[in-house]
Ligand binder design. Sequence first.
Ligand SMILES: OC[C@H]1NNC[C@@H](O)[C@@H]1O
Ligand SMILES: [Ca+2]
Length: 447
Amino acid sequence: MSRGHAFPSGFIWGAATSAYQVEGYPLADGAGPSIWHRFAHTPGRVAGGATGDLACGHYHRFREDVALMAELGLSAYRFSIAWGRVLPDGRGRVNRKGLDFYLRLVDALLEHDIQPMVTLYHWDLPAALQERGGWLDPDSAVWFADYAQILFRALDDRVQAWVTINEPWVVAVLGHLEGVHAPGHRDAREAVRVMHHLLLAHAEACATYGALGRHQIGIALNLEPQHPASDSEADRAAADRRDAFINGWLLDPLFHGRYPEAMADIFGSAWPDFPSTEIDRIRCPADFLGVNYYSRGWVRDDPAVQPTGAARIERPNAPVTAMGWEVYPRGLTEILLRLKTQYGNPPVYITENGAAFEDSAPTAGRVEDPRRVAYLREHIGAAGAAIQAGADLRGYFVWSLLDNFEWAEGYAKRFGLFRVDPSDQSRLPKASAECYKDIIASHGAGL
Ligand SMILES: OC[C@H]1NNC[C@@H](O)[C@@H]1O
Ligand SMILES: [Ca+2]
């Protein structure tokens, strides 16, 4: 008796990228600079002084890349739109050439029967809006909804799945609390208000879409189970705090219309008394939840670590990726089943899952990446296990199609199914690309 197919017919097999990480030419054709263009060009901010000026040259090579996607048999491709290409000043004047690039990309995808999933915001806020206060400004929700409306009107006949914001937690925490991402701020009072405004922006875009859109809209969250490094009360409490900080801070307002009680404990006086009318608005009727899964947290109580007093530590002898993240496929099943039991079993897409490893040098036009092959097989299997247990999982997107600009890490961390050679930007398939092609062709059988 062969194993039943864990993956329902119609299950979406995709790959994901984002504008600043793959496109290059961020100022081409009238585009306005983003905060990541400014940040990457600030000495000391990005490893090796790398920037997205060239990235993978996807802005000019997109047809070649769509052909690679078709070769893999992808049924969907998740990418983001650079706000500053469409609205160079973030608001007001539309840059027609910038919008046309995305129209051409979407048409190329549809010509190959590949469904576009469009992320409206993947961290590259127009610098002009940062000068007005950026996400700290309460008007940011309106700026975002106006930008979203332009894209809905231009593309909603061809785009059937929209993601409003990618990983608001990373924007708020890495960008405004820890300062390691653009705009490089380190202010807890800012970070908690930025998160609130990002969620309000998501809600405004959902409301705008509800009025004129005909397909699906959601948000993509980085979710990560937190496990105590020992069964001591202190470590268990630390894991609970880190769970609220990474997972509950988003899931509770979005699905339950309230922030976790723990947020006030974690942030103390930096945590304001947000108006309940605004929190009610955040609990908006999105159509799906995007889950970006990479690893779990192995957590120890540590008062020196602010603001949670919880340290994410390496588990002894645990397998880790080049990012230092533990390879832990069961955490994906855990997260998906938690969404089923605690958050109403919403339709879910795994909008990102993948790994960076120290890939070996290419030989005979190929890269052998056995650890990434194992990572993908194990995690797709873990997703299948969640479906078998009743999770409403609709699709899976590998992060990433191409080796690309890994933010503050520059190009040193390679997540791609295809290797991109920095010298000539040629694309080379890795063994993981072949493996994923086979998984798609067999619809995940046997995983
Ligand atoms: O760190 C790997 C990925 N994580 N989620 C957001 C993406 O932009 C990152 O490259
Ligand atoms: Ca204002």
